[in-house]
Design a protein around this ligand. Structure first.
Ligand code: ATP
Ligand code: MN
Length: 479
């Protein structure tokens, strides 16, 4: 007999038929006449209720049917008498495929803290919260490909091991096969990477953008979606050492078109999740409301999760220049009352407290900030005519801060070379990148969206460690 997933059973298509269901026991309760077993198989947030009558199943027969056990159950799918579910299964056969010793199984009925669940990340998929989070994550990933595919973008797999540092920031993980204790050395004592596996120093990529640009110069529109690594020692709720990034790159796009695409993209994938994971998002929304009750009034959310997402999908993002953003900040009461920890003046990078003030207090919606001072942005961003700013854009989201970083790229060879010099990048190291400016270069633009920050936004999860299956952060690479 073929097994049917819980999601389909709950939709009722097989009412009155004998069905086979497989999954994991969430709870078992009952009395001396009947036992109710809630089974979940990950296909939906909802459990299927299995009814085992005492005249068919002795206590002994059900002794291994405990929370966490894997079971296969045969029975008739019937309309439920009880509240809370439309259908249930009247069991005729119950087989325990894998026991879960109640004495040692770490997931019990009571609610566990997210911190505790992080320590048992190998089991946390089996909770309602993480079930919902990772189903939403899956849907968003699918929507990313769907969006770009519908627009005719080519999915490009850029390398994970590279010899270039796209940002020039130096927060990279080295990749090497050299003996760490006794590496080959140059005469001056430095490590001789010519003898390393690739014949030069290599690292895990911090961005696929530079390679993405090469492909855009042939396919017009491409995107990457892959793992990205940053050895930044920042223990925040928004940074991982290994995260997934989506980086579209478009030939013949300027900054405006770039911003339009990013906004359309974000709305599209949120809408897709709202359509396909409503129950999961509703559950996560309730979770947030519970969490909110323990917070002081001023820290509570003004909108529910569903309302917030609907709002984002149905309203235009605000667009301001960096210069305007600084003016808003400097003129705010918050600034006058000296509530910002970090300095605000033209030329400084916006700190997360400033970004959050703009989106959460001032505009109360996602904001696209453009035209940043050139000195705080990467060398490849296109220099504006004022000579002071570059055609950069960051998208800031409520509760998260920066979710997208992008720009129109510098397509003019001389200016690009000049800017590389300024930040100490050698022309020889990026000869292939510069070639695209020599041979058929054109105006182009692109951006990077941090996938986990997007998942945080849609699920409302406060800590980025809770939206990736096995987080990699400083001092932590368990599982
Ligand atoms: P931040 O200032 O928040 O560190 P960034 O300026 O370093 O971000 P970019 O280099 O522009 O970010 O990267 C593009 C996107 O990748 C960011 O907008 C963000 O969504 C995401 N991102 C960057 N660093 C991380 C990280 N360590 N963990 C998770 N996502 C990240
Ligand atoms: Mn960063």
């Amino acid at each position: 007999m073929q097994r049917t997933k819980v999601k389909e059973l709950l939709a009722g298509a097989e009412e009155g038929k004998e069905v086979l269901l497989k999954g994991w026991v969430r709870t078992k309760r009952g009395n001396k006449y009947v036992t109710f077993i809630a089974v979940n198989d990950g296909s939906t947030i909802h459990n299927l209720q299995v009814v085992a009558e005492a005249d068919k199943f002795s206590e002994e027969a059900l002794k291994d049917v405990t929370t966490g056990a894997a079971v296969a159950i045969t029975g008739e799918l019937v309309a439920s008498q009880g509240k809370g579910q439309a259908f249930e299964v009247q069991a005729t056969r119950i087989e325990v495929l894998g026991k879960a010793d109640p004495e040692t199984y770490p997931l019990q009925k009571k609610a566990h803290s997210l911190e505790f669940l992080r320590e048992i990340a190998h089991l946390r998929f089996r909770t309602n919260t993480f079930g919902a989070v990772f189903r939403v994550r899956n849907t968003l990933a699918f929507a990313v490909h769907k969006f770009f595919n519908e627009k005719g973008f080519v999915y490009m797999h850029t390398p994970i091991v590279t010899a270039s540092d796209a940002e020039g920031a130096g927060e990279m993980f080295r990749v090497t096969t050299l003996d760490p204790i006794n590496p080959p050395r140059n005469e001056d004592g430095s490590v001789n990477y010519a003898e390393d596996f690739f014949g030069k120093a290599t690292n895990l990529t911090v961005s696929g953008q530079l390679e993405g640009e090469l492909a855009a110069m042939a396919f017009s529109d491409i995107y990457t979606f892959g793992p990205t690594f940053r050895a930044e020692n920042s223990n925040t709720t928004r940074h991982l050492a290994e995260f997934w990034m989506i980086e579209p790159e478009m030939a013949f796009y300027d900054l405006q078109m770039n911003a339009d695409l990013a906004e359309e993209f974000i709305k599209y994938i949120i809408r897709y999740a709202l359509e396909n994971n409503r129950d999961d998002i509703a559950f996560l929304g309730q979770r947030l409301e519970e969490e909110d009750k323990s917070k002081p009034q001023q820290d509570r959310q003004e909108m529910s999760l569903l309302e917030k997402l609907e709002f984002v999908v149905n309203n235009d993002f605000e667009r301001v220049t960096y210069t305007e953003a600084i003016e808003i900040l400097v003129n705010s009461n918050h600034y006058k009352k000296k509530k910002f920890q970090y300095e605000v003046s033209w030329g400084v990078d916006l700190q997360s407290e400033h970004e959050r003030y703009l989106v959460e207090k001032h505009f109360k919606k996602p904001v696209i900030v453009t035209d940043y001072p050139k000195d705080i942005k990467a060398f490849y961003m296109r220099l504006n005519d004022d000579g002071k700013t570059v055609a950069a854009m960051d998208i800031l989201a409520p509760g998260i801060g920066e979710i997208v970083g992008g720009s129109q790229r510098e397509e003019r060879l001389e200016i690009l070379v000049e800017r590389m010099k300024g930040v100490g990048i050698h022309e020889e190291d990026l000869w292939w990148y510069l070639d695209t400016r020599r041979f058929g270069g054109c105006p182009h633009a692109g951006f990077g969206l941090g996938f986990e920050r997007m998942v945080q936004f849609v699920t409302g999860m406060g800590n980025i460690r809770d939206v990736i299956p096995f987080p990699r952060t400083p001092q932590n690479a368990e599982f």
